[in-house]
Design a protein around this ligand. Structure first.
Ligand code: JHZ
Ligand code: SAH
Ligand code: ZN
Length: 407
């Protein structure tokens, strides 16, 4: 197996076995056609990039029925609004600025840019979510971003001052094509800003459910710097973000164009000190993950024996790995509630738990709720205070298996 970035040798460190496409919520009776692949992760001994060993074809994951909506969390809406305002104030200040977003989804970030009348383009292959963005007044091109598409955008719209991608770059195995596309599209002084789950947080929190088909790469400053270098870019800033269980926002500029911030050297040094990308560290992470799985399964079986009612909360893409790796079926968790219309009335991939709307949660409340959307814990617990007041408890499995709630 070769590194998708540099062709270096990969050291496998975790194996989750046969796993389904994570955002494929089948209809009851229609699960025979589910697609499975081998979910295993390795790290490159040359460039240090952690990555999946097997990839799923992009059209299987991102298509007209792709269900995820960025706007499903109030915290994320505020996060993207703040980011848009910051880009407007710091990077999009020239006479006729232009920003391109890769994976704009339902337009949550670009809507703020569009409202200011600033030139923009979202590149989004999933037709359904792209239509939602367009309906909000966002200019969208329905395509997978890659070198050829970048060249066409450059020819039609001119250079971009900012190329931005949230929770998208780490989804794209074909990085050479992406970075040469960004190279062709970006103005001489422009920046490529992207934010994705941080390998350091995944290891520290044992948040193994960040590992699923869509998340092909697990970035850190060390590997992103090496990746940028191959295309004449320099890592000039890093910012740790609390969202989605811990992310880093990376800023790349053309080599020599901007002075790197001190945060870059700081994060690189911290990663070296933690030996973050060494196979031994990552194998130790995998061992903690296996222990967490055993703890979670033991807890759910104990609760079943006690006759407790357990629901899942949040039919996340992440939960595909948890439910299938732990073998959690409807015998252990009755159903999952979720606010996303396209997931309701469907079944979770592989594990086949029914997905119901949020109103099912209180009708009646369960004894325990397995918080599959643990990255939104604060937001969800704040709006579900009545559940705890009724004696309910939350089950979390990050960083270790524990319950939260009434004594
Ligand atoms: P959430 C997806 O991952 C897929 P998922 C993708 N690969 C990625 O990287 C991230 O998004 C960005 C629901 N919900 O954000 C909505 C409630 O029901 O953790 C969502 O279905 N009630 C692109 O799917 C799910 O939970 C609520 O109050 O792991 C959350 O999904 C809230 C806040 C959410 O991402
Ligand atoms: N940026 C949003 C959406 C993340 S979901 C957020 O952070 O909430 C990831 C998105 O990337 C999906 O909507 C998917 O369709 C899109 N995507 C996948 N491959 C892509 C590519 N090559 N170019 C552009 N978008 C892509
Ligand atoms: Zn490599």
């Amino acid at each position: 197996m070769e590194c998708r970035i540099c062709s270096g040798r990969l050291h496998q460190f975790a194996d989750f076995g046969r796993q389904p496409v994570s955002d494929a919520f089948g209809t009851p009776g229609g699960t025979a056609s589910e697609f499975f692949f081998h979910l295993a992760v390795g790290v490159c001994e040359d460039c240090s990039m952690a990555q999946l060993l097997h990839e799923v074809d992009r059209e299987r994951m991102f298509h007209d029925d792709y269900p995820y909506l960025s706007s499903g969390s109030a915290v994320m809406r505020a996060h993207f609004d703040a980011l848009a305002k910051r880009l407007l104030a710091t990077e999009l200040t020239g006479p006729d600025p232009f920003v391109v977003e890769l994976g704009c989804n339902d337009g949550t970030m670009l809507a703020t840019i569009a409202d200011e009348g600033v030139r923009h383009l979202g590149v989004e292959p999933s037709g359904g979510v792209a239509d939602v963005a367009a309906a909000r007044g966002v200019r969208v091109r329905k395509d997978f971003f890659e070198a050829g598409v970048a060249a066409e955008i450059r020819a039609a719209d001119g250079p971009a001052d900012v190329v931005y991608a949230a929770n998208t770059l780490c989804h794209i195995p074909y990085m050479d094509s992406i970075l040469s596309g960004v190279d062709a599209l970006l103005s001489p002084g422009g920046v490529f800003v992207f934010e994705d789950p941080y390998l350091g947080d995944i290891v520290e929190r044992a948040s193994f459910d960040q590992i699923y088909d869509e998340h092909f790469y697990f970035f850190c400053a060390t590997s992103v710097r090496a990746m940028a270098d191959r295309h004449g870019f320099e890592l000039v800033d890093v910012e740790r973000l609390p969202v989605h269980g811990g992310e880093v926002r990376y800023t790349l500029a053309r080599r020599g164009a901007r002075m790197p911030s001190t945060a870059v050297a700081g994060l690189l040094a911290a990663e070296r000190a933690a030996r973050l990308t060494e196979p031994a560290t990552l194998r130790a992470f995998a061992a903690r993950v296996a222990a967490n799985r055993d703890d979670l399964v033991a807890l759910l079986r104990r609760l079943r024996e006690q006759g407790a009612r357990v629901y899942g909360y949040g039919a996340t893409a992440k939960s595909a790995t948890v439910l299938n790796y732990c073998g959690i079926g409807p015998d252990l968790v009755s159903f999952v509630c979720d606010t996303t219309p396209a997931k309701q009335g469907r079944l979770t991939p592989g594990s086949h738990l029914p997905v119901r709307g949020p109103e099912a949660f209180a009708d009646p409340y369960p004894d325990y709720a397995l918080l599959l959307a643990w990255n939104h814990a604060e937001e969800i617990m704040a709006k579900e205070t009545a559940f705890r007041e009724a004696g309910g408890r939350w089950i979390l499995y990050v960083p270790t298996v524990h319950t939260v709630g009434a004594s």
